[in-house]
Design a binder for this molecule. Structure first.
Ligand code: FAD
Ligand code: AMP
Length: 479
């Protein structure tokens, strides 16, 4: 007799592990299958996000920012650093590894605490909601499930012009492991991952060139934000070449010559390391038996409806392997929605209010629609902005770059988008998201009491500015 569970989850990333914990909390017998092992060969839960994504990249971003501040940002506070500041790169990377270890083993502890059965191996969905597990020793077991949640995530896209060797040409995982600062660093792709990893190594002294095929920078962001971001990141030393499509590369020993085309024709440039950050693709390798009944769309994503149900009753798919933004919090919330629906609740997810964040400095974050999208839809809007240069708290922190922009419907005053580039942008945008979830108007936000002095006051003032009522800046719009 094979083991049978109410819920079997394949993949223990932020989609899968959150779904498994929630399922167990709701009283469902739950197993979660994961195959990823760390450098010591031990099972490591947490998926891309905890092992080689969100968390390790933020650890390096925080370390490199502290280094940058110690080197170039202390003097203005009167702190003398004339003895010099140095960076021990292996120590920085080691700190990151410890954080990852703490969090991934924390997921294992949470599984135990909640009664989730953790199974190590490669999971494959067979017909009839059976799941085959190929264990590390090669043995195979089949278990049965009332419900299966597929959460296998994604992996970096490879492009033929720059094949990753994880030595000179690396993907995002390799870029988290450099043991020394490369002198000349190339990054292909000016997306979120390219800009974050480029920033880490630039702050530590690398000469960073970002090659981006598109002519437009950060297409998904509000144009006012992307313009400010391009200006600021360029000032910080990132050489961002737009309209530069990489067409080839040749590794010569410990360097790589990259060929790209731009408006002037073919160009070459030499780097000591090259990071390929051109996006991610869903992972479905050997995940579905040919008779599983689950459909994959033409782009390789598992086809699901608005509630993450596949074409097979009782089989669901969540996270990076399905349509929508490839973000950890989107994966987790889909996991919660699916489990609650399995329990018979009518849970829905609001896909319109998923915040996006780029953890550069300043941070870039937004929720809802941007001005160009709303204009294209013919929606009349009022816009209020407030610069951090006018924020007392930002001045105190010597961190005054950027602004908050609140966009509201001109007829109803309902807030339709909050866009921030500046200190703690991710946290400020979350406040906008909370308000928007409850249908806030700009006036509602403006009527709330915000602590002084806080960066949050910039959100308050931008909301007031929507209707010409900002206090600490001259209003563009008159009441
Ligand atoms: P994953 O996290 O990819 O997890 C899937 C898991 O399934 C993996 O552990 C894999 O080993 C396992 N698996 C796959 N197939 C099988 C199988 N057949 N059997 C058993 N196990 C299997 N997102 C954010 O929201 N914020 C950030 O700051 C952020 N930063 C990032 C930085 C980097 C460098 C990268 C690469 C990504 C970042 N992301 C960030 C994206 C985020 O990591 C993903 O959106 C998120 O991890 C997706 O979660 P998931 O559960 O769908 O899949
Ligand atoms: P994202 O999908 O946000 O991770 O961003 C990846 C970026 O890589 C996109 O902006 C693409 O335009 C860019 N890109 C993809 N292929 C190439 C290439 N061959 N040369 C330069 N940029 C590329």
């Amino acid at each position: 007799m094979s083991q049978k569970f109410d819920v079997v989850v394949i993949g223990a990333g932020p989609g899968g592990y959150v779904a498994a914990i929630k399922a167990a909390q709701l009283g469902l017998s739950t197993a979660c299958i994961e195959k990823y092992t760390d450098k010591e060969g031990k099972l490591a839960l947490g998926g891309t996000c905890l092992n080689v994504g969100c968390i390790p990249s933020k650890a390096l971003l925080d370390s490199s920012w502290k280094f940058h501040e110690a080197k170039d940002g202390f003097a203005i506070h009167g702190i003398n650093n004339s003895a010099g500041v140095t960076m021990d790169v292996p120590a920085m990377v080691g700190r990151k590894a410890n954080i990852v270890k703490g969090l991934t083993s924390g997921v294992a502890t949470l599984f135990k605490a909640n009664g989730v059965t953790s199974l190590q191996g490669h999971g494959k969905l067979l017909a009839g909601k059976k799941v085959e597990i190929t264990k590390p020793d090669g043995s195979v077991e089949v278990i049965e499930a009332e419900n299966v949640i597929l959460a296998p995530g994604s992996r970096p896209i490879d492009i033929p012009p720059a094949p990753v060797d994880q030595n000179v040409i690396v993907d995002s995982t390799g870029a988290l492991e450099f043991q020394a600062v490369p002198k000349r660093l190339g990054v292909i792709g000016a997306g979120v991952i390219g800009l974050e990893l480029g920033s880490v190594w630039s702050r530590l002294g690398a000469e960073v060139t970002v090659l981006e095929a598109l002519d437009t920078f950060l297409l998904a962001a509000d144009t006012a934000v992307s313009k400010e971001a391009l200006k600021t990141l360029t000032k910080q030393g990132l050489d961002i070449k737009l309209g530069a499509r990489v067409t080839g590369s040749k590794v010569n020993g410990e360097e790589v010559v990259v060929t790209y085309t731009d408006k002037d024709g073919e160009q070459t440039i030499t780097f000591d390391k090259l990071i390929v950050a051109v996006g991610r693709r869903p992972v479905t390798t050997d995940l579905l038996a040919s008779d599983s009944g689950v459909n994959i769309d033409e782009r390789g994503f598992i086809h699901v409806d608005d509630h993450c149900a596949t074409t097979v009753p009782g089989v669901y798919a969540i996270g990076d392997v399905v349509r929508g933004m490839m973000l950890a919090h989107k994966a987790s919330e889909e996991g919660i929605m699916v489990v609650e629906r399995i329990k018979g609740h009518k849970t829905q997810m609001n896909y319109d209010l998923i915040p996006s964040v780029i953890y550069t400095h300043p941070e870039i974050a937004w929720v809802g629609k941007n001005e160009q999208q709303l204009k294209a839809e013919g929606v009349e809007v009022n816009v209020g902005t407030f610069p951090f240069a006018a924020s007392g708290r930002a001045m105190a922190a010597n961190d005054t770059g950027g602004f908050v922009k609140v966009i509201a419907d001109a007829k109803t005053d309902r807030v339709l988008g909050v866009h921030v580039i500046g200190p703690s942008a991710a946290e400020l945008v979350q406040q906008g998201a909370i308000g928007m979830e409850f249908g806030t108007s700009a006036e509602d936000l403006g009527m709330m009491v915000f602590s002084h002095p806080t960066l949050s006051e910039a959100l308050h003032e931008a909301a007031l500015a929507v209707n010409g009522g900002a206090i600490h800046i001259a209003n563009k719009k008159k009441r």
